[in-house]
Ligand binder design. Sequence first.
Ligand code: AMP
Ligand code: MG
Length: 425
Amino acid sequence: MIEPARTLRALSCADDYDPDSLSVDAARAAIRRFLRPVTTVERVHIRAALDRVLAEDITSPIDVPGHDNSAMDGWAIRFADVDPSQPTTLRRVGESFAGNPYRGAVGRGCAVRIFTGAVMPDGADTVVMQERATPTADDVTVAAGAVTRTGQNRRLAGEDMKRGAIVFRAGQPVRPAELGMLASIGVGECTVYRKLRVAFFSTGDELRSIGQPLGAGEVYDSNRYTLYGMLTRLNCDIVDLGVVKDVPEALEHALVSAAATADVVITSGGVSVGEADYVRDLLAKLGEVLFWKIAMKPGRPLAYGKVGGAHFFGLPGNPVSVMMTFYEFVRDALLILQGRRDVPPLPTLRAALAGPIRKIPGRTEFQRGVLVQDGDRWTVRTTGEQGSGVLSSMSQASCFIVLPADAGDLAAGTTVDVQLLEGLV
Ligand code: AMP
Ligand code: MG
């Protein structure tokens, strides 16, 4: 393994590496090279595994379903007994309920009343849906053409999962569907990676906490709350270190204590031109951190590196920039550190611009947008004012409109990529 600090230094000397104009993709790729997933694991009840990452392969101990069974309420029959061109009358011989099967066999010319999930009786191979059959006390008449092939409406044993098959590989995130799958194979506990510990604090002399009065030029610290929300949704263990003044000793103390206990340290503010210098000196002393100007808007200044054993992300101070850089860089870094093997890019959709957008070529822009379904296509409009301090734009947005670095002004109707802010799982 390459020692991270040395690699960071090597990276900063690489020919094509320009910290004053780094593309979003290059920055993301550079960060990825330093990420080593956690290795400690825990054994937990499957409920507690929700939003964690599996640290073991899971093999199914059983076939799911365990037996051939009916996919609907109807009549279990032998396909060869029915005439597809005219109604066929069969003799009723019994009933098969879910959890209470018919014990006998279905002989020639016979039918068994069957319900969804009930075991297919021996001899029967096909199910006629109840809407296509007319029962009397002793018989049932199957309509012409009610079934067209052997095995219709029959679920096969093991069709969902075969005994001995690998259900999940280590690195699989556990979502509601995985919880259900684990339960369906009778697995009540699993091994997951430990949670990531993420410490964060806000920097700025102008920041006040909720409950304190605001003086001239002072603002409430909102970044700690958006970070709290984003990190909680990623199921991290959170250490909120509050607001730290722009005083070197205070920053040093906060950074050292954060790095001592956390896997990842996130700060906001203090990395813009003018403020970066003493933070830069401090980080040079405590670790190996690079300051980047990302060719993106918003979120231009970003610092990344290692402080002690912890990963360090120095995010810009503006509230929108914090969220943007978190979603574009920190989020997938955390997913990788959590042990996820395949981290897909944020889901994107193609949508038509509802109105024109002015843009200067050179930087990738992430505008806050609102998606609207317009017949069979999606259109997207901006939320309006796009300043990096306008946090209400994030609240109104359902997506980011991603405008490529080389794009200039865009006319209404232009097809653009949008990243969805909400997913189903
Ligand atoms: P900075 O990157 O420190 O120069 O901050 C840029 C802008 O973001 C300034 O207007 C700050 O007041 C504002 N800002 C910085 N940190 C926060 C915070 N935690 N909450 C709200 N606004 C902030
Ligand atoms: Mg500041």
